[in-house]
Design a protein. Structure first.
Length: 290
């Protein structure tokens, strides 16, 4: 059960500096003066700037207004770790957002290139974790391999068009998947946050840029959440799948990265309860989704 082609596109990813400016503007817009200990001047309702002003961020961070403006405009200006850390404190960034800001500022090591994945080896890996549904995505979130439990409990990637055998296309354009997930919005927002983090770590990856552009044009939900610039790495989670034959199945989500392929992502969804394990067993025994 191995998929074929990957997501392609002719779009070029925005330069790292442009992404840095976009991220800073989004974070500034979500804060109000009171959030950072400032006393608002005048009527807050008449402030023309959503969130903090550039001048306020610059003053609180100990940097020049002109320099900070250039940073938000995406100009190629250098920033030290101390300055970036000061901006992170001013903007009240959490650890994931702070790490993302450092990547965008060029203060983190780029990810190394890795050899082409051995799909037969990866297929044996996902088959070994049966009966838990499992699959492996490449660096662009395209499906590489998946096991039988994933097909019968969750989705069959082969049912998708080859150019859309991708986590984001499945999440945002497949209505059947949306209906099966008890808390679809929460899961979809988490995916957007993780992809934003990935784009920050690989700002020159044209596949990710094309994916974001095409989905923004196709899915209003994706477009709205992407514009909010969420950044959050994976957190342990339990999801509920409404299986058409077995009923609700609770699955505990694990994300793993093979040491030899650190850019690949393996997702395992283990039954969260004995009831869930029994329902998965019944689905596998029946051998069909519905």
């Amino acid at each position: 059960m191995v998929s074929g082609t990957g997501t392609s596109g002719s779009h070029h990813v925005p330069a790292r500096h442009a992404q840095l400016g976009e991220f800073l503007r989004a974070q500034r817009a979500r804060l109000q003066p009171g959030d950072v200990g400032l006393v608002p001047y005048g009527d807050p309702a008449r402030r023309r700037t959503p969130g903090l002003r550039r001048e306020e961020v610059a003053e609180l961070s100990g940097v020049g207004v002109t320099w900070y403006t250039w940073l938000e405009q995406g100009r190629e200006v250098a920033a030290s770790r101390q300055v970036i850390d000061a901006l992170a404190r001013t903007l009240r960034l959490d650890p994931d957002q702070h790490r993302h800001l450092r990547f965008l500022a060029g203060l983190a090591e780029p990810e190394d290139a890795e050899p082409e994945a051995d799909r037969s080896r990866l297929q044996r890996l996902v088959d070994a974790v049966m009966p838990s549904p499992a699959r492996v995505y490449d660096a662009g979130f395209d499906y590489l391999v998946w096991n039988r439990a994933y097909v019968l409990v969750r989705d069959d990637p082969l049912a998708l068009p080859p150019e859309r055998r991708n986590l984001l296309w499945m999440m945002f354009t497949e209505n059947a998947n949306r209906m099966r997930m008890a808390h679809w919005e929460r899961a979809a927002r988490a995916v957007v946050s993780q992809v934003r983090d990935a784009v920050g770590r690989r700002p020159d990856d044209p596949r990710l840029a094309a994916l974001a552009s095409e989905l923004s044009a196709t899915s209003p939900d994706f477009r709205r959440w992407w514009s909010e610039y969420p950044v959050r790495r994976f957190r342990p989670a339990t999801i509920t799948v409404r299986h058409p034959r077995a009923g609700p199945i609770e699955l505990e989500v694990f994300q793993l990265r093979p040491v030899e392929y650190p850019n690949l992502l393996m997702v395992v969804q283990a039954p969260a309860t004995p009831v869930a394990a029994g329902r998965i067993a019944a689905v596998l025994a029946a051998g069909r989704i519905g």
